[in-house]
Design a protein around this ligand. Structure first.
Ligand code: N01
Length: 556
């Protein structure tokens, strides 16, 4: 890193690659950029490493991807030396793992914590990004890589009186580092998505009372977590290469084997037995290894939903309570389903109750608690498990401006437009791995594919003597059309936050890559085959530092 002086005499750090965000994607990006010989720095708003696994430290937070499929695969030594304790690790273990990686590969020295990016502006003359952070530091980066994540801006609903509550108030996605003491407290949890259904069973035994405010029940099925035995541990090590190969190529980035039959190939009795097997299977297998037509054949989906509803009725003793917990407005797979540990059982405890917000909506938050249309309840703690501004939330809050001072927020006023989810037109040298047009699957695998692609692209740019790269409009349009075209093939509907519909005023756009990993791979292969024709490559008029290997010049 070197330093120059800005017009107002503040020192400016000059760097090849500036990464924003120390989550699983940003850490890997920093590692890859440094490994490729770039000077690199990472800025992180949080006080430590982890991203999602730093901010979401609420009780009960844990993986629902198998731990060893979520961790990094770039180093066999790392895979061998880190022993995950559980098939689905809890947040503390994951945070420890990510800290271990950062120290193991000497990355901490290249990270700044508690540093929120407040503006990032592209300078056309030098082809660099001028980035200002909340601590007053300024950075000039050749390449800016925003690894700010898709679930990083917590959403608080616009409920009157939100600030009036005098008790403790937390959002699951903004959980404090100091553990929250729930002992003998009257606690409200608002929201029953993946976060809400994790925290509810985790605190139910400590609290005086727990009131769950539910607007829409979800199709929750068991996570079926277990400790990893020494025998399994040894097997994982022995199978590393095979595991890595599957994870690097499988459609969803899991190890799960897809099922080979459709629902009505089986008799009713066989389907029951198969559903029982699915109910007892780990995590996402209920999606990835279920009947091939489960998500698209209405009759198959209904039968599975009826099976799950039967399970809920058999677990929850109070039939009225059970009915409240069974979704009636959407089928399985229309939203991202949560996986749970002891969730339904929690509602058998005498100190746990549920408020159906469809029947009795929230009127306001008061000084003492929450008022719904059937009255006020007093609380010591309110937990907002009300989700996130998915996909674009963080990117649109960083003051990013591209060519001609164009704000990213204006460029994406109708929703994000990208190529491969890694670049957008008019914002040269900006990359967005792990951002909008992400995968529906095991996130680190898809985001890792994007990081690998970004890194090899930066190397290509450098080694061909260019210093500015911008995706062409044609390539971006082709990618976005593919996404729009394939939305119809996705099981998700606009009941899912994947369409941005949970945030008032947000454009309704599909925020994932509906073509999934196969389309990502296909387009990356095409980029290679066509020698990066999807991008416009040039050399800035007055580069801040000469390209390392100046082989070519001018525009392409
Ligand atoms: O957020 P959500 P989340 N009044 O948006 C309710 C990942 N994750 O933090 O459905 C009352 O899913 C809302 O109700 P409704 C995972 O990808 C993973 O739980 O809109 N309620 C819903 O119940 C997940 O999908 C893990 O009617 C209101 C809830 O708040 C994603 O993060 C664990 C409301 C929001 O659910 C987000 O999950 C946790 C209002 N005004 C999270 N507004 C793992 O297991 C919203 N709600 C790895």
């Amino acid at each position: 890193m070197s330093f120059s002086t800005s017009a107002n005499a503040e020192p400016v750090a000059e760097i090849d690659v500036l990464v924003i965000g120390a989550g699983i994607t940003g850490i890997y990006q920093l590692y890859r950029a440094r490994e490729a010989g770039f000077s690199a720095l990472l800025l992180e708003a949080g006080g430590g490493v982890g991203g999602t696994w730093y901010w979401n430290r609420y009780p009960g937070a844990r993986f629902d991807s198998e731990s060893y499929t979520y961790g990094y695969l770039f180093s066999k030594e790392l895979f061998d030396e880190w022993e995950w304790r559980e098939h689905f690790a809890g947040q503390p273990e994951t945070e420890r793992y990510l800290n271990h990686v950062v120290d193991r590969f000497e990355l901490r020295h290249h990270m700044r914590f508690g540093t929120t990016v407040t503006s990032a502006e592209f300078d056309e003359a030098t082809g660099t990004w001028n980035v200002v952070a909340s601590d007053g530091t300024q950075h000039r980066a050749r390449f800016l890589i925003a690894a700010t994540g898709v679930l990083s801006v917590p959403y608080f609903p616009h409920v009157p009186g939100l600030a009036e509550f005098v008790g403790e108030s937390y959002h699951t996605g903004l959980w404090p580092e100091t553990p929250v003491d729930f002992t003998a407290k009257r606690v409200a949890v608002i929201g029953t998505g993946s976060s809400g259904v994790q925290i509810v069973p985790a605190v139910a035994n400590q609290v005086a009372s727990l009131t769950v405010y539910q607007r829409t029940p979800n199709w929750c099925t068991p996570l079926n977590n277990a400790p990893i035995t020494p025998g399994e541990q040894a097997q994982l090590r022995a199978d590393f290469e095979a595991i890595r190969d599957v994870l690097n190529t499988s459609v969803h980035g899991f190890l799960h084997q897809p099922h080979d039959g459709a629902a009505f190939d089986d008799s009713r009795a066989e389907r029951r037995a198969f559903f029982e097997k699915m109910w007892n299977s780990p995590g996402f297998m209920k999606l990835t290894s279920n009947y091939t037509d489960l998500l698209f054949n209405e009759a198959a989906n209904s039968e599975w939903c009826e099976f799950v509803a039967g399970k809920v009725r058999s677990i929850v003793e109070d039939p009225e309570m059970a009915e409240k917990l069974i979704p009636k407005d959407h089928r399985f797979g229309e939203k991202r389903p949560p996986f749970v540990t002891g969730y339904y059982e929690t509602f058998n405890k005498p100190n746990v109750s549920i408020v159906d917000l469809q029947a009795t909506p929230i009127v306001r938050v008061t000084e003492r608690g929450i008022e719904t249309t059937d009255g006020e309840r007093d609380f010591d703690v309110i937990v907002w498990a009300t989700g996130f501004d998915f996909g674009t939330g963080a990117l649109l809050r960083m003051g990013i401006r591209g060519r001609d001072g164009l704000a990213l927020a204006d460029h994406w006023a109708d929703g994000p437009t990208t190529f491969l989810g890694v670049q957008t037109t008019k914002f040269p040298n900006l990359f967005l791995p792990g951002g909008p047009h992400a995968a529906a699957g095991n996130n680190p695998r898809y985001n890792g594919d994007q990081v690998d692609f970004v890194t090899e692209t930066l190397v290509y740019v450098r080694d061909h003597g260019y210093d500015v790269i911008e995706v062409t409009l044609e390539a971006e349009e082709r990618w976005c059309e593919m996404i729009e075209r394939n939305v119809a093939l996705s099981s998700f509907t606009d009941k899912s936050y994947y369409f941005g519909t949970n945030i008032p005023g947000k454009p309704r756009r599909y925020l994932l890559n509906s073509g999934g990993r196969p389309k990502l791979f296909k387009e990356i292969a095409r980029v290679h085959e066509t020698d990066y024709k999807a991008f416009r490559l040039s050399q800035s008029a007055s580069p801040v530092s000469p390209p390392r290997q100046a082989a070519a010049a001018g525009e392409r």
